[in-house]
Write a protein that binds this ligand. Structure first.
Ligand SMILES: Cc1ncc(COP(=O)(O)O)c(C=O)c1O
Length: 393
């Protein structure tokens, strides 16, 4: 047992925790006791239908992915035990990078331990003093924190007001301008207008960076994401591809021009000063990408499941915002209400955590419902019926 620590600062920390509890904003980690899938077993020994994971294509439990990882673990051991630039770069890392560069049709790719780190590496190293970085106001926290930590000036734009984005680009006064967007927005399930962003980047000579976290594997003829679906993959300068969602691995890929990747290897501190991902994870991710390319029916099933979910929620009178994808928000307002609805759903057999501020803006606490390709129709309609009954009561 460690001895009790008496630091006065801890009082303000516990005050803050008390405040979070009172305001229904306190967070905790639930424990899942089974592999991720359409159903999971939780630590309270109950099974629930899971509607809040990013395992969109159900590859987390795919035997071929597991075998690829196990085989690599036997060949290369468990951990890389060093940073990539020391002795931590192993054959599966290189093979994954080459595969992702081909998949995303870029000259080169770099594999980092997470999507968070990928955005940190890219956005703290590439934009320099005198540059301007323009980010969507609802971009992921990893993008926001990265531009805050970087050297360049940054400003936010609203995706429903592209004219404001254009005005900022037209004002000039910068060396280089960067536009950074998610493709599918993680909390709203709507999509960026990539074609307009491409047109603006061309008009003003800006550099366009797209984070495909929630589209990779799910959208596009080969599953390469929204940029592929829109036919502009070659026009987007740099793609960030977090691998913890549909690819069901962990890590983040940055794919772009060779010169950018070489620069990041030499200058991006979040790449240089961290231990490489276990090689088995890289091998599993590469296998998942092969499956994504070879099995478009997974995307069709996901789209069908998502369309059914959106239609049913709309039919019972719920506002799902602008969602057109497999991420469907049901905005409930105050955190207390979102927590209560989530708890009732849990008791009815559905696991959907409440998403609350600061992840989403004040008074927009919500259920962020995410479907998987392998959810049965009855599971989706069952969820909607349960939600309807709960909201009525
Ligand atoms: C758009 C986006 N980018 C980056 C990340 C971070 O990825 P990771 O979970 O691999 O750190 C997330 C995670 O949710 C995300 O939604």
């Amino acid at each position: 047992m460690s001895s009790p620590i008496n630091i006065s600062n801890f009082e303000s920390i516990s005050d803050e925790l008390d405040r979070l509890k009172t305001e229904h904003l306190i967070r905790r980690c639930d424990c899942v006791e089974s592999a991720q899938g359409p159903r999971v077993r939780l630590a309270d020994c109950t099974e629930k239908v899971l509607f809040c994971s990013n395992n969109y294509l159900n590859l987390a439990g795919d035997n071929r992915v597991i075998e690829a990882a196990v085989e690599a673990m036997r060949a290369y051991g468990f951990g890389a035990a060093a940073a990539r630039l020391v002795s931590g770069t192993m054959r599966p890392h290189i093979e994954l990078e080459e595969k992702m560069a081909r998949f995303l049709r870029k000259e080169a790719a770099l594999y980092l331990p997470s999507g968070w780190t990928a955005n940190q590496a890219l956005l703290t190293a590439l934009p320099q003093k005198g540059d301007l970085v323009l980010i969507d106001r609802f971009d992921h926290a990893s993008i926001i924190d990265a531009v805050r930590a970087g050297q360049a000036e940054f400003r936010t734009y609203r995706r429903d007001r592209p004219e404001r984005l254009e005005r900022m680009l037209a004002e000039g006064g910068y060396k280089h301008a960067f536009i950074v967007t998610e493709s599918v927005f993680s909390m709203d399930g709507d999509t960026a207008d990539i074609k307009t962003l491409v047109a603006l980047k061309r008009r003003y000579g800006a550099i366009l960076i797209v984070d495909e976290a929630h589209a990779l594997g799910c959208i596009g003829p080969r599953g390469a994401g929204l940029c592929e679906e829109m036919g502009v993959l070659d026009e987007v300068d740099i793609i960030v591809a977090p691998l913890g969602k549909a690819v069901a691995a962990t890590g983040g890929i940055i794919a772009g021009p060779r010169v950018v990747i070489d620069y990041l290897v030499n200058r991006a501190r979040p790449f240089i000063y961290t231990t490489a991902c276990p090689p088995a994870i890289a091998a599993g991710a590469a296998k998942a990408i092969s499956i994504i390319e070879a099995e478009p029916e997974r995307r069709r099933r996901l789209n069908d499941a998502a369309a059914l979910l959106r239609a049913r929620l709309t039919a019972i009178g719920l506002d799902i915002g602008q969602s057109t994808t497999h991420i469907v928000p049901v905005v409930l307002g105050e955190a207390e209400k979102a927590m209560a609805v989530s708890k009732s759903l849990y008791e009815a057999g559905y696991y959907v955590v409440a998403i609350r501020p600061p992840t989403v803006p004040p008074r927009t606490a919500r259920l962020r419902i995410s479907v998987q390709a392998d959810h049965a129709q009855a599971q989706i309609t069952g969820l909607c019926e349960a939600l309807k009954a709960i909201l009525k009561s």
